[in-house]
Design a protein around this ligand. Structure first.
Ligand code: PLP
Length: 380
């Protein structure tokens, strides 16, 4: 059996008629850049999260950059972010003129550790960017309390966490602003690049929308950038959004089945979910000391896995100038060589999940008879 890491074509086949007609409509209307499909998606996404404004842009990286500019980042300002994320989270701090200050993660959840943030605050600190890695909310109470105490802004990088919740509230609704990516492989993905900023702040919404569209249409009130969402991407997202809750449920069901099947394997840690959080499993990340051999055995069994991410950010050449040592970020440093993301996508069949779990058990030398047969999950 072959198990891909994600299967975007399988998802397309499930909604083919809707997608094909949405694409045909955009072409018939020549509604290629912004326009009514984009307006409709901005409204629908804000409505889904129960936030006031959703400002579309070209991708999730731009969303971070635009939000930081909108919050008035000035050269030399310091922004604290997690040591273990995709580089978009930190590179945009530099791009916006700021200085990157990394903070270590919690070993079990890979989230920024709020207990360590305070020690990173200096006179130059202006904001915090927590990430919801893999689809699990960061500790928002802890982070917001520090932000309040020191008068810092918070931008939530929710690129991996569409519809994830913390204490019953959607991520993206806690900070001054939040950013989402609709990169094809994300939980809500377009057929190309797309992203957005969400906020309840009217002034910030207005500024970011103006900045992202050349500083205003007709009257340029300032110099801006060109960061727009395509009509095609918005039309595709409009078709997909109503399916997102069911796809999220399906992801959670795959994760629950993995948890059952992988339970009790010595040397393997399944995902740890924090209190009061609804994990949306953009990724299903396990950790083991035998990571490299597990990855190889799974590849030999035609199972595609991924490492998210193989190095914590401070240890890439891009950040060599900060001069960090492994002991500066012990949790992230330990995790980077232990984590591996197993395939997870809403259309995964029970046979695929069992196959991945069996091969994982086998690779880790766990000879115990494959667990008693569980009742089959309905096909998604
Ligand atoms: C995907 C991702 C981004 C960037 O999104 P793009 O749309 O690819 O620019 C930012 N942060 C995190 C954590 C991501 O996973």
């Amino acid at each position: 059996m072959k198990v891909p890491f994600v299967d975007l074509y399988a998802q397309y086949l499930g909604i083919k008629a809707e997608i094909d007609s949405a694409i045909a409509e955009v072409i018939a209307q020549s509604a290629f850049i912004r326009g009514k499909h984009v307006d409709a998606f901005e409204q629908a996404w804000a409505g889904a999260l129960k936030v006031k404004h959703s400002i579309s842009c070209a991708n999730g990286t731009d969303a971070l950059y635009i939000a930081m500019r909108g919050l008035g980042l000035r050269p030399g300002d310091e922004v604290i972010t997690t040591a273990h994320s995709w580089i978009a989270t930190s590179e945009t701090i530099t791009q916006a003129g700021g200085r990157v200050v990394f903070c270590d993660t919690q070993e079990g959840t890979f989230n920024i550790d709020p207990c360590l943030i305070e020690a990173k605050i200096s006179k130059a600190t202006v904001g915090i960017i927590p990430v919801d890695p893999s689809g699990q909310a960061a500790d928002m109470d802890g982070i917001m309390a520090i932000a309040k105490k020191y008068n810092l802004w918070v931008i939530e990088d929710c690129a991996q966490a569409h519809l994830a919740t913390y204490k019953g509230r959607f991520v993206g609704t806690f900070g001054n602003a939040a950013t989402f990516s609709f990169y094809p492989g994300k939980n809500l993905g377009a057929y190309g690049d797309a992203g957005c900023i969400v906020t309840n702040d009217d002034t910030l919404a207005d500024w970011t929308a103006t900045f992202a569209r050349h500083g205003g249409k007709g009257e340029h009130v300032m110099e801006g950038i060109n960061s727009r969402m395509d009509g095609l991407q918005a039309a595709i997202l409009n078709v997909k959004l109503p399916h997102l809750p069911a796809w999220t449920t399906a992801r959670r069901r795959v994760a629950a089945r993995y948890n059952e099947l992988l339970n009790g394997i010595e040397n393997l840690a399944t995902p740890k979910v924090g209190d009061d959080r609804n994990h949306v499993y953009h990724l299903y990340v396990v950790a083991t000391d035998k990571r490299d051999s597990l990855k190889k055995t799974l590849a030999d069994s035609e199972i595609t896995t991924s490492l998210n991410y193989p190095k914590a950010l401070p240890f890439y050449p891009a950040y060599a100038y900060l001069g960090h040592k492994p002991t500066d970020f012990p949790a992230a440093y330990r995790n980077q060589s232990r984590i591996i993301s197993l395939p997870i996508f809403p259309e995964m069949t029970d046979e695929m999940i069992e196959y991945v779990a069996d091969q994982t058990r086998h690779a880790l030398g766990d000879g115990s008879a494959v667990r008693s047969k569980m009742p089959k999950l309905a096909k998604v």
